[in-house]
Design a protein around this ligand. Structure first.
Ligand code: CA
Length: 232
């Protein structure tokens, strides 16, 4: 999975260094230069992980953290704290940060923390690479062989249905809007650019993989927003 990472950091050199290192690893990276900007990005893009500097001009990192958690974001958050302030990490962790690094830090250390956080939050999918299999109960989505099974029963999906379940199941709990799904599928198949098309595909998909398509256990509807794969 290519995770989306948001960096909230006003120091240009630090932000660029982190951004570059993450992009080298194949992550999609957005940099916000202030807390306000960070919150705007976070609400629009729902990043998979946030690297948040505590010392920001204007709204500080703690307030950003508080607001992110208050709006229901469950993305792992790694805070960057000042060397001389032990309290920063204590407050940060209490406010819901998942990990912290004290400045100055090495990029290699940061990378390994980020990978560990992603792995903890999203499972093995956080690791790039092939041969990945997603399991949820007895549902198995084999990404490499492009195969879906319930237990030992093989389920035949159309390429579009497979792509939908692949994207959703790759990030359980992450809500995908219909337009986002259309966008993700666009390279794959010439789809009618109508968001209702997605509903039709999802409904076929549910008939194939769900026990009770009317009460789905895997592909959930998030009312007024889109679809999400059930979290374990
Ligand atoms: Ca700063």
């Amino acid at each position: 999975m290519s995770a989306t990472i948001l960096i909230v950091e006003d120091e240009f050199a630090v932000a660029r260094g982190i951004q570059y290192a993450l992009q080298q690893e194949g992550y999609a990276v957005t940099v916000a230069r202030s807390g306000e900007e960070g919150l705007t990005f976070a609400s629009g893009q729902a990043p998979d992980l946030v690297v948040l500097d505590v010392r920001l001009p204007g709204m500080d990192g703690f307030e950003v953290l508080r607001r992110l958690r208050a709006t229901g974001s469950k993305a792992p958050i790694l805070i960057l704290t000042a060397r001389d302030d032990e309290m920063d990490k204590v407050i940060g962790l209490e406010l819901g940060a998942d990990d912290y690094l004290t400045k100055p830090f090495g990029l290699r250390e940061l990378m390994s923390r980020i990978k560990a956080l992603l792995r903890r939050a999203y499972g093995d999918l956080a690791d790039a690479g092939v041969g990945r299999v997603i399991r949820h109960g007895d549902l198995v989505v084999d990404l490499e062989r492009r195969r879906v099974q319930r237990g030992s029963r093989r389920i035949g999906l159309t390429p579009t249905e497979f792509e939908i379940v692949r994207h959703l199941a790759s990030r359980p709990g992450r809500v995908f809007t219909r337009s986002e799904l259309l966008e993700l599928l666009r390279d794959y198949e010439a789809l009618d650019q109508d968001e209702k098309t997605i509903n039709v595909h999802v409904s076929h998909l549910r008939e194939k993989i769900e026990d009770d398509p009317a009460n789905p256990a895997f592909i959930l509807t998030v009312r007024g927003v889109g679809y999400a794969f059930a979290e374990r």
